[in-house]
Design a binder for this molecule. Structure first.
Ligand code: ADP
Ligand code: MG
Length: 487
């Protein structure tokens, strides 16, 4: 059954075939309709360090697949591809960039060898290269990433918790190239507090002033690099990146994979050394970006570091008010009284994303029922937003403690060298939970489990995955542990 891949690893053809098998499995599991709606345009860009980089043509497809099929994709890829470390989805580049010429071949062979997977089409790969060509559309940055015009400085509501971040962002965007007052700028905050909004505003304003801007989300950066390796244009990727004035990287905590992290580090260093502006956002302090090299962490943390705080009630009410106003422009009959705005801003206390969601739901309710929004209808419309909270950030230590208690062993047992069945099973479950519930890498998890090797962790993860698939009661038990940890 298995492919005749040499000991050195799968070759191109066998990866291609393995990818076909993944597709066949998905089709068989989900049926032709679901498959053709969601998976037909899914492509494998490459495999690097055990991670499969998959691409889709639209942002919507990406978020849909992530929301509904992430686990299934991961399992199927792990089963067929040399990709035990997971799957990363990103949006393929728009076709107009496909003209970017594939460049230098040298110097990449050794790296390319790391990643045996083929690129589906040349265009996909070349498209990932940030174009140095001038932008044709003002909503597209120097790398061809579409920027969201709605996320501007004008639409950003300033309050106590974000005024510092806002002021820094504005000054950076306005400063002439090479004369930035703060470099790098590192923004950190939890979900939905406006990081992406500020980053996009900086990128757009800087672009408006004629600066060459590259805006990346972590997955775009990774995909860009992997695809450039595949098409042997990594040098071009680097050089073009280094030719810009401003590099903006969003959600840096998701950058993973050793050579990509290294590449990211080199890029940051080279740009900073050349006096170029860097703006990075993450969900934690730079020092806690465990995946990144110590030197890069300290460089990112060594500039201006600003935390964006929680949105207070007044700020929430203003943000919601401005959202509703925007919706009213398009739907003049849609009216929401100040009472309702105040109520929603009070109860939807999580973040800006939920406020967006609330505004859209109020609109949907009003247009579907054809009635005015009252406090009662508002309450019904946003009920689930009030209940849902962001899942808690799970700590490896908490996993170890909970699993130890559940199986009547000590945490020290879990970390120890002991190999009796009574200890091995909980240890493997704890490792599995650490991999599923935290963003930590396999080597990092190994370190936190008494200095074990990443292959040990991988073995544990696979073993538990398989066991869960075969044993209903274990499945339920692990599920319960997961829920307890996330509550
Ligand atoms: P993050 O990147 O920190 O997760 P986003 O920037 O994506 O958060 O914000 C989530 C939503 O909330 C976006 O629609 C954004 O425009 C909105 N938002 C957050 N903070 C503000 C603010 N201060 N003013 C206006 N809109 C905001
Ligand atoms: Mg964001």
């Amino acid at each position: 059954m298995a492919d005749e891949a040499g000991p050195a690893g799968a070759d191109e053809t066998s990866v291609k075939e393995a990818w076909e098998r993944v597709r066949r499995r998905l089709r068989a599991e989900l049926g032709e309709d679901v498959f053709s709606s969601w998976f037909a345009r899914l492509e494998l860009a490459g495999i690097l360090e055990g991670v499969a980089y998959l691409t889709v043509p639209t942002r919507f497809l990406k978020s849909w697949l992530e929301a509904h099929y992430a686990e299934r994709l991961r399992l199927n890829c792990a089963a067929e591809l040399p990709a035990p470390n997971g799957v990363i989805l990103s949006v393929r580049q728009v076709a107009r960039d496909a003209a970017a010429a594939p460049l230098a071949e040298s110097a990449l062979r050794s790296r390319a060898a790391l990643s045996p997977a083929p690129v589906k089409t040349e265009a996909t790969a070349a498209a990932a290269i940030p174009g140095a060509q001038p932008c044709e559309r003002d909503s597209v940055d120097a790398c061809g990433t579409a920027l969201d015009r709605r996320m501007s400085f004008q639409s950003f509501v300033v309050g106590k918790s974000n005024q510092l971040a806002f002021a820094a962002a504005e000054r950076i965007a306005a400063a002439p190239a090479g004369q930035s007052p703060y470099n790098p700028l590192y923004l950190h905050a939890g979900v939905g507090l406006g990081k992406t909004h500020l980053l996009q505003a900086i990128a757009q304003e800087a672009r408006r002033q004629g600066k060459r801007v590259a805006y990346f989300t972590a997955d775009r950066f990774m995909y860009g690099f992997v695809a450039a390796l595949k098409s042997q244009t990594a040098l071009a990727f680097k050089e073009k990146l280094r030719g810009i004035d401003l590099l903006v990287v969003d959600d840096v905590q998701f950058i993973q994979g050793k050579s990509i992290q290294q590449e990211f580090g080199h890029t940051i260093n080279a740009l900073l050394d050349a006096g170029k502006q860097i703006v990075v956002a993450g969900d934690r302090l730079a020092g806690e970006l465990e995946a990144l090299d110590e030197r890069i962490r300290s460089r990112l943390g060594g500039g201006l570091v600003v935390e964006v705080g929680e949105l207070d009630e007044t700020l929430r009410a203003t943000i919601l008010g401005s959202r509703l106003e925007a919706l009213q422009n398009a739907h003049p009959s849609f009216q929401v009284s100040p009472d309702v705005v105040a109520y929603v801003a009070r109860v939807v206390a999580t973040n800006g994303r939920d406020l967006d969601g609330a505004a859209n739901r109020l609109l949907a309710h009003a247009t579907l029922s054809g009635q005015l929004v009252t406090l009662e209808t508002a309450e019904a419309a946003i009920r689930d937003l009030v209940r849902t909270r962001e899942p808690r950030r799970v700590k490896i230590e908490d996993i170890q403690k909970l699993v130890a208690t559940r199986y009547n062993v000590s945490r020290a047992d879990i970390l120890s060298e002991r190999r009796t069945a009574a200890v091995v099973k909980p240890r493997q479950i704890a490792m599995y939970l650490a991999k599923s519930l935290t963003p930590r890498s396999l080597p990092e998890i190994g370190r936190r489990f008494g200095g074990r090797d990443h292959t040990t962790v991988l073995h544990a993860v696979r073993k538990i995955e398989k066991a869960i698939g075969e044993d209903r009661s274990l499945h339920d038990e692990v599920d319960l542990l997961k829920r307890m940890l996330q509550e």
